[in-house]
Design a protein around this ligand. Structure first.
Ligand code: HEC
Length: 256
């Protein structure tokens, strides 16, 4: 089925005011959502290594964890260093390295924790409570990053949610004019490819920290290709007609 060359062209600059309003409303909300997700990434993953800004280390900390040690060992060498004597800290670290055996908790470890740590951890609300064996061992296990169940949950939410967003952004962009066919089709494929790369990279980073770069590249490229489509669509819907420029390109049908 082909449209006669003389039928009016269907493309972004030729859309009715109501359709342009609908598309613009959607793109504006999605654009704002993307800015918010960028800010959210900065504030959560961005702070994972304790420094502002997203780096390879942040991604590694979030997905792979810090396998050299537990949260407790990390803190005993970090901000909690001055909370116990060298000898007591050494005993704690040695117990953590031995796998936090329960039979040594009451005789050896609990007295150190009670006298050095529990005056804050156990009294100050919101702070990790270290009064029981169970509560302490939650911090003495090796920190191996995101759990499989957390990754599965976040992956499926992202895959479904982002596919919807990309679909509508791409449908709108598919009505654009002036780009070579192959370039337009490539740009439309990109968000789906980068979304796939992004999610695959989380899983890969969980086992191989080297894949953290893939997360940064996938996430950045996803946003860049979406931003390109949103800005091009807005330009062609509003600026082109406003300047009196139209196009006779049939954006949605293949002419012979
Ligand atoms: C003077 C109060 C105080 C004492 C004493 C104290 N801590 Fe803390 N601890 C804090 C505060 C405040 C934080 C949160 C800020 C931070 O992480 O540095 C914290 C955080 C931690 C965390 C990280 C908890 C989390 O949710 O990730 C660990 C582990 C920890 N402390 C271990 C210890 C150990 C072990 C001792 C005893 C040797 C100890 N702390 C003694 C105040 C204290």
């Amino acid at each position: 089925m082909t449209a006669p060359e003389s039928s009016p062209a269907f493309n972004l600059p030729s859309l009715s005011l109501s359709l342009r309003t609908l598309f613009t409303g959607f793109l504006a909300v999605i654009g704002l959502g993307m800015l918010m997700s960028g800010a959210q990434i900065l504030l959560t993953h961005g702070m994972a290594d304790g420094e502002f800004g997203v780096s390879r280390n942040d991604i590694v900390f979030s997905y792979y964890g810090n396998r050299n040690g537990s949260r407790m060992a990390e803190k005993l060498a970090g901000t909690m260093k001055d909370k116990a004597s060298v000898a007591d800290r050494a005993k704690l670290i040695e117990w953590i390295k031995a796998g936090s055996p329960r039979e040594r908790w009451a005789p050896d470890v609990q007295p150190i924790v009670s006298s050095n740590c529990a005056k804050c951890h156990g009294t100050i609300p919101g702070l990790a409570d270290f009064r029981t064996y169970k509560a302490v061992t939650a911090f003495t296990k090796v920190n191996d990053g995101a759990s499989i169940s957390a990754l599965t949950r976040v992956s499926h939410i992202h895959l479904f949610g982002i596919a919807f967003i990309s679909f509508f952004v791409c449908v709108i962009f598919s009505l654009s004019v002036g780009l070579p066919k192959w370039l337009k089709a490539t740009v439309i494929a990109l968000p789906f490819i980068f979304q796939f790369i992004d999610i695959l990279s989380w899983w890969m980073t969980k086992w191989y920290p080297g894949f953290a770069y893939m997360t940064i590249v996938g996430g950045f490229s996803y946003h860049a290709s979406s931003a390109f489509m949103i800005l091009t669509s807005l330009y062609q819907m509003w600026v082109m007609p406003w300047r009196g420029r139209t196009s006779d390109e049939h954006a949605w049908i293949r002419l012979p």
